[in-house]
Ligand binder design. Structure first.
Ligand code: DC
Length: 224
């Protein structure tokens, strides 16, 4: 039996760090679906396309390949033949990604890639709509969240560690704006699937949050 684990939640909830670590322990693949939206965002930005112009985005993305490959079980995200895993992490691309992810042409394009991979592999897939739309039949679904101030602090520290020049207030206000955009968009908004287990990590260290998520997943795996 192929096991699919869906983890959804807002940005900065620690999804990717936790999913990466747990998947390594389980020997599963880890798929970061946000990276695919980010790769499209990078393309749109480089091409000078207005992310609000669906016709232009649709015509543009018809000309490109988006995908991922693995090296030592680490996902590398590709835009055509270019590994863009690093370039897609800037705050500017975060904003573009949130905007292009509202578009039907973008969501439809990425849905097939995500489902095809999940049908063939044991995996943890994280995103916004994995439990609700991409993998509604996933055996395990987690909705991971934390207070927006906690999440902004984590993202701020992450960006600082990468050498980005940022200030906390901007990170916080960008995060509030992106949360609103992701939760209120018409297509596949971020929300907890009815059968997802809610895991709250407000006030917890990353390690404590990780232990909490891991114990939920391990106990659910035992029931399968
Ligand atoms: O998880 P992330 O911050 O890398 O995601 C970037 C953007 O992509 C986010 O603002 C919303 C969008 N996204 C989405 O709409 N659906 C997903 N499954 C994953 C990400």
């Amino acid at each position: 039996m192929i096991i699919n684990i869906a983890i959804d939640g807002p940005s900065g909830s620690g999804k990717s760090t936790m999913a990466k670590r747990i998947s390594r322990e389980l020997g599963y693949h880890y798929i970061d679906t946000g990276a695919l939206y980010r790769a499209i965002a990078l393309f749109v930005k480089r091409a000078g396309i207005d992310p609000g112009d669906e016709d232009a985005v649709s015509a543009g993305i018809a000309q490109i390949n988006i995908g991922f490959r693995f090296s030592d079980r680490i996902q590398h995200t590709y835009l055509n033949e270019e590994d863009v895993s690093e370039q897609i992490r800037s705050p500017e691309i975060s904003e573009y990604a949130s905007r292009v992810s509202m578009l039907r042409c973008v969501r439809t394009r990425l849905l097939g890639i995500q489902r095809d991979f999940a049908m063939q592999h044991n995996l943890i897939m994280d995103g916004r709509d994995i439990g609700t739309t991409v993998l509604p039949d996933a055996q395990i679904k987690i909705y991971l969240t934390a207070d927006v101030k906690d999440r902004a602090t984590r993202r701020y520290e992450e960006l600082l560690a990468r050498g980005e020049k940022v200030d906390y207030e901007t990170v916080l206000s960008d995060m509030v704006a992106r949360d609103t955009q992701d939760m209120t968009r018409k297509l596949s908004p971020l929300r907890r699937a009815e059968d997802a287990v809610l895991v709250e990590t407000t006030g917890l260290s990353l390690e404590a949050g990780y232990q909490k998520v891991k114990s939920v997943i391990l106990s659910l795996l035992e029931t399968l």
